[in-house]
Design a protein around this ligand. Sequence first.
Ligand code: FAD
Length: 476
Amino acid sequence: MPKHDVIVIGGGPGGYVAALRAAQLGFNVGCVELEAALGGTCVRVGCIPSKALLESSERYHEAQTEMERHGVLVKNVKLDLERMLSRKDEVVKANSDGVAFLFKKNKIKRYRGRGEITGPGRVVVHGEDGREELEGKHLVIATGSQVSTLPGVELDGDRVGSSAEALAYRKPPNHLVVIGAGYIGLELGAVWRRLGSKVTVLEYFDRILPGMDAELARDALKTFKKQGIEFRLGLRVTGVRVTGVRVTGVRVTGTKAQGNGAMVEIEGGEEIEADRVLVAVGRKPNTEGLGLDSVGVELDERGRVKVDGRFATNVDGIYAIGDVIAGPMLAHKAEEEGVALAEMLAGEAGHVNYEVIPGIVYTEPEIATVGKSEEQLKEQKIAYKKGVFPYLANGRARALGATDGKVKILAHAQTDRILGVHIIGARAGDLISEAVVAMNFSASSEDLARTVHAHPTLSEVVREAALAVEGRALHM
Ligand code: FAD
C-alpha cells in the first residue's frame, strides 16, 4: 500500500497549493483528484475560463465601440465564438498542465479517482481501474464546492445551468436570465451582454453584490445598466420551467419563444421568458462520498467541514481547507490556507490574515474591495474617516479613456489605521494589492499618503484617496 506523510484530497487551489508547500517542506505527498485535469473549479470552470472570456469579450466590445476614439478604425468586426471558446480552453489547459508540471517537479504523486476516507490515516481511491488503498499520516480535505440552486429550480445542464455551462454556450443566447447578482452572475452576464445577448439579472435582495460596500454596488449598478444589462431587484424566483413548446403565462420580457427555452417564475405569478437561465445563487461544500460520516468528521450548520484555528477537524490527523470550510469561497483564500496548513504540519507558524482577503469582480469596470465596508463599520460602531478620489481627476485614467470610477479609503477616526479600501474602476483588481499589503502591515492612511506613487499611474488615485482622508487631496 502506498504510504505518504500527507495525502490531499482535491487538486484545486487549496489542495494543489497545500501539496506543493508540503512537498517544499520535505513531506512525501500524494494528491487524489477526481477529474482528469488538475486545478479544481478555479482552473477548470471558474476563475481562469471566466477571466479568459471576460478578456476576449471586452476586446470584441472595444473593437466595436472604443477603438475609433483612439483613431484606430476597425471595420467589419465579427465574432468568431468558436475561436473565442477554444482560446479559453487553451488557457485552461495551459494552467492545468502547469499544475501537473509542478507536481512532477516537486515529486507529488497524483492519484486519479474519488477519494474516500475509510479510517484515520486511510484513504481509498475509487478510480476507473478499481480501488487503491493509501496510507497517510496527515489527511487534508480540499474537495471544494459545487453549484447550489433554489427550491423549484432544477439544473438541466442545458437551458437551465450553472456557470460551468455559461462558460461554454455555443452561441450567444437571445435572452439570458441570470438568477443572482453576485460576482459570478455579473461577470458571466457581462460576457454574454458584450457578445450580443439580452441579459436580465434577477436578485432577491434590493441591491446587487450583497455584502460588498453599498456605495460601490450602487455605482456598479448604474454602470451595468448603461451597458444594457437589465436588473430586477428585490424579487423571489420560485421556479424555472423548461419549455419545449410555447407556454402561456404573463410574459413580462423576452424574445418570442422559439419552442426551446425556459420560463422563470417569480413570486406573485409573473413569468420571464428566456432561452438560457444561469443560476448563480451560491455554492455548497463538497462533502458527499468522502466517508466523513463513517470516520465521524463533524460538519457545521451549513454543511461545511468544521475546523479549528489550525484547520484540524475533530478527528485526529484529518484537516480541511478552502471552499469546503467556512469563509469566503475564493481561490486565494484556499491557497493561503493550503500554505498555512502545510507550514503548521511542519511545525512552522503558518498564518492566514482573514481581515485582509481581497474580493474582486472582474467586470468592466472592475470592482475590488478589502477590509470593512462602511455598512460594517457603522454596524460595529467603529468611528471612521473617509477619503474618496475619482478616476476622472487622474491623468493616466484620461489617457486610458477610463475616467469612470473612484477609490474610497476608510480609516479609523482616532488611530488612522486603514480599515477598508473599496475601488471601482479600470484595473481595480490590480490596484487593490497595494491596499492589501498596506493593511497587512497595519498601515495608516498617512502611510499611504506619504508613499511615492509613480506618475502617471492609476495608483495615484489610491494615494489621492489616502490624502483625501484628511481633506488634503491635491488634484481635486
Ligand atoms: P476546488 O477548486 O473546488 O477544488 C476541489 C477539487 O476537489 C475539485 O477539482 C474536485 O474535482 C475535487 N474533488 C471533490 N471531491 C473529491 C473527492 N471525493 N475525491 C477527489 N477529488 C475530489 N475565486 C477567485 O478567487 N477569483 C475568481 O476570479 C473566481 N472566479 C470564479 C468564477 C466561477 C465561475 C466560479 C464557479 C468560481 C470562481 N472562484 C473565483 C471561486 C474559486 O474557484 C474557488 O474559491 C476555488 O476554486 C476553491 O478552491 P478549493 O481548492 O477549495 O476547491
